[in-house]
Design a protein around this ligand. Structure first.
Ligand code: NAD
Ligand code: MG
Length: 388
């Protein structure tokens, strides 16, 4: 769906109170001629949602946790802002007729249904919620084939690859190389990592992000998810996907071509660029706050990832080889385990153990439907929840 140059694009920000959501709204506020936030949604942080609605004046505000519905109404209805509550209302809001682009900035499995609805309604998607493609990549691929909707990646690595692929023949791509910072435990011994607490894992060296993705970065589950995400975004199989540790987070990812040439996209570690690039459907917005200096690039280093200390990384290859509902199980077990780790109820390597044991105990479904994914997610969460 396109608009004339003069009409702002109506955006639905699903997960508006989070790290990506608030940065998206910053960009929209700086370019009111280009973007109009029409819908803002949140999980349970009602005060933050109200605050954002006062500032950005959307037409509709939706809170997932319906215990906050009355409070939302009493704060926002006097301002003429419609209110709704519940997961179904969020999915409906992502696909409202007036919405031009849906920004999926919610965390975890909760991104799946709004994204499915938005694609079915032909909306363009700025996709931050990588878990949607992890959980149900094959289904999303099928839905996109029958829809006018397009996905623009927000994840910095996938935005980098998207940028590197511009003007290139996809048949000439030999490998996608996804960079990883290595997270806060990159230089730690295994024994020390084993007893690391959530507060240690939450100290990411290069990026400030929501808690769940920060823990996923510490375990490198985030990189496994990004390999799976790349599989579905770019149609490249596991044999042509690799991850390399690049602690400076200056090169955001690379593409290698059949002639041996490698293109890299570089920049300061700041999500504003990939968010703006996705909002603009791959058009660049001027106004970078910081530019990369040569001194920042004086030492760009690369290391092989260590799967002994970070075993979650191996789950990408396994998920892509087994396919079916495997990655859906991995994602569900990971969400439960990460939550338990954040509450200091389990140790660091219990996250990997819980995922593997949940995989052993879940039924494999080769070609899942949407309702199979919904059920698999619930069953896997229930099983994982019994393990601590
Ligand atoms: P966050 O935790 O900061 O924000 C999550 C948002 O989702 C909040 O608005 C929250 O209210 C909402 N939410 C949470 N649970 C919900 C539920 N059950 N139903 C409805 N809404 C719910 O997360 P984030 O760091 O902004 O990450 C969002 C997504 O973007 C994740 O999938 C993450 O992997 C991806 N991502 C984030 C970054 C980053 O820099 N933060 C970078 C790349 C990709
Ligand atoms: Mg990323």
């Amino acid at each position: 769906m396109t608009k004339t140059d003069r009409t702002p694009k109506n955006i639905a920000v699903i997960g508006a109170t989070g790290s990506i959501g608030t940065q998206t709204l910053d960009i929209a506020a700086r370019h009111p001629d280009l973007y109009r936030p029409l819908v803002l949604t949140a999980g349970s942080r009602v005060n933050e949602l109200v605050e954002l609605c006062r500032k950005h004046r959307p037409r509709l505000a939706v809170i997932a946790d319906d215990r906050h519905y009355r409070e939302l109404c009493s704060e926002l209805q006097p301002l003429g802002i419609e209110c709704a509550a519940g997961a179904d209302a969020i999915a409906e809001a992502a696909a409202l007729p007036e919405v031009d682009m849906t920004v999926t900035a919610t965390v975890g499995y909760s991104g799946l249904l709004p994204t499915v609805k938005a694609i079915t309604a032909g909306k363009d998607i700025a996709l931050a919620n990588k878990e949607t493609l992890v959980v149900a990549g094959a289904l999303i691929e099928r839905l996109l084939n029958d829809s006018s909707s397009k996905i623009y990646p927000v994840d910095s690595e996938h935005s980098a690859i998207y940028q590197c692929l511009q003007g290139e023949d996809p048949a000439q791509v030999s490998r996608l190389i996804i960079t990883a910072s290595g997270g806060p435990f990159r230089t730690w011994e295994r024994d020390r990592i084993a007893v690391a607490r959530a507060c240690d894992a939450l100290r990411h060296p290069n990026w400030s992000m929501g808690a769940k993705i920060t823990i996923d970065s510490a375990t490198m589950m985030n990189k496994a998810f990004e390999l799976i995400e790349a599989r579905w975004l770019f149609g490249v199989g596991a044999d042509r996907l690799s991850a390399v540790v690049h602690p400076q987070s200056i090169i955001h990812s690379m593409v290698e071509f059949a002639d041996g040439g490698i293109k890299a996209q570089m920049g300061v570690p700041d999500m504003h660029l990939p968010i703006a690039y996705a909002l603009g459907c791959a058009q660049r917005l001027p106004g970078a706050e910081r530019s990369l200096g040569l001194a920042d690039m004086a030492s760009l280093t690369f290391e092989e990832p260590d799967t002994d200390r970070f075993p979650c990384l191996t789950l990408a290859d396994m998920a892509l080889r087994r396919s079916g509902n495997t990655a859906c199980v991995i994602n569900a077990a990971n969400e439960v385990a990460v939550q338990a780790y954040l509450q200091n109820r389990i140790g660091f390597y219990d996250i990997y153990r819980i995922i593997c044991e949940t995989l052993d105990r879940c039924e494999y479904i080769a070609e899942p439907t949407l309702s199979d994914y919904v059920q698999t997610n619930q069953i896997a969460r229930d099983i994982a929840g019994t393990m601590f």
